[in-house]
Write a protein that binds this ligand. Structure first.
Ligand SMILES: [Zn+2]
Length: 306
């Protein structure tokens, strides 16, 4: 971390102190587990959907095993983002350098830019058949809760990191902005998947700016036209601009998961890891007999969108 910090001395005033004060990976991991624990307590006290404890524990075990792989891969690749930061710094590339932005400006540009690239990464995971195969691991969870947040195949993680690193470079993101964004993003990922719902009034205000738990639940609907909406990560504006915004959900009609992926063997840790490579898995297309490759948004009813 110190080596990275010393390379950032050409940033506008204020950045050096912020870079020097960055928390360690261990501290960030501890924060992530602490928020997971607190959100799990809220889920137990105010569950959106009631589930038997036996089912919840088995579900949690599988998802946390995938989460451990996710965290391990992220830790392994964690030097790449600082490298992108270093390269953009040495090239004086990106809005933070061109405009000599103060820390508040760096933060705004960094969050907006990285979140836009996260939106692109997510949309492509749905629109390309070979990427959807990896993203099915996340969407095949039929009991979405806080442990779903990082239920992500390593192949999807690599794709997302690629977009993320590109964003870090293109927007000239300082290291401290990167850490703030990743912390906010991880926290909101846990919150939006949590088995809770916000009161309608609070949700209506929050979703003007942020992706809320209510808003993201639609994205996990088993109903395909709903799956292809509300892709945004932290800021809801991307779905509004990209015309993928959905006001829902109708909680009483909401069913999570993917048809053809509910069997125990597919939902085991081994099944989830090999899911992208199993061409025969999934709902059978009635016209061709082929397994469905990916959802399409063509049938999206206008009543679901603004
Ligand atoms: Zn998705």
């Amino acid at each position: 971390m110190m080596a990275t910090t010393s390379l950032l001395t050409r940033l506008p005033a204020g950045s050096e102190a912020l870079n020097a004060a960055l928390p360690s990976n261990g501290t960030r991991l501890a924060f992530l587990f602490a928020t997971l624990g607190v959100i799990a307590l809220f889920e137990a006290a105010f569950p959106l959907f009631d589930r038997a404890w036996g089912h919840r524990l088995r579900h949690m075990g599988r998802n946390l095993a995938i989460t451990a792989i996710f965290l391990g891969l992220n830790l392994l690749l964690s030097p790449i983002s600082p490298l992108a930061t270093r390269i953009s710094n040495e090239a004086q590339f990106g809005p933070s350098y061109w405009l000599r932005l103060a820390p508040a400006g760096q933060l705004a540009v960094g969050i907006i830019g990285l979140d836009l690239f996260a939106y692109f990464a997510h949309v492509t995971l749905h629109k390309f058949a070979w990427l959807w195969r990896f993203h099915r691991v996340h969407h095949s969870d039929n009991a979405v809760d806080v442990t779903t947040a990082f239920r992500e195949h390593p192949g999807e993680t690599l794709w997302r990191i690629g977009w993320h690193v590109a964003g870090v470079f293109i927007f000239g993101t300082p290291m401290w902005v990167l850490v703030v964004y990743l912390t906010l993003s991880a926290f909101n990922a846990q919150l939006e998947h949590a088995n809770i719902r916000l009161p309608v009034g609070l949700d209506r205000w929050l979703r003007l700016l942020f992706v809320t738990p209510n808003m993201h639940k639609v994205h996990h609907s088993r109903h395909q036209p709903e799956t292809d909406t509300n892709y945004a990560n932290l800021l809801s504006i991307w779905d509004r601009l990209g015309r993928t915004y959905n006001r829902g959900p109708r909680f009483a009609e909401l069913h999570y998961g993917l048809d053809g992926f509910d069997d125990q063997d597919k939902q085991s840790v081994g099944g989830l890891l090999k899911m992208p490579f199993m061409t025969s898995w999934g709902r059978q297309d009635t016209t061709t007999g082929d397994a469905r490759q990916r959802p399409t948004a063509s049938a999206m009813p206008s009543a679901l969108t603004e």
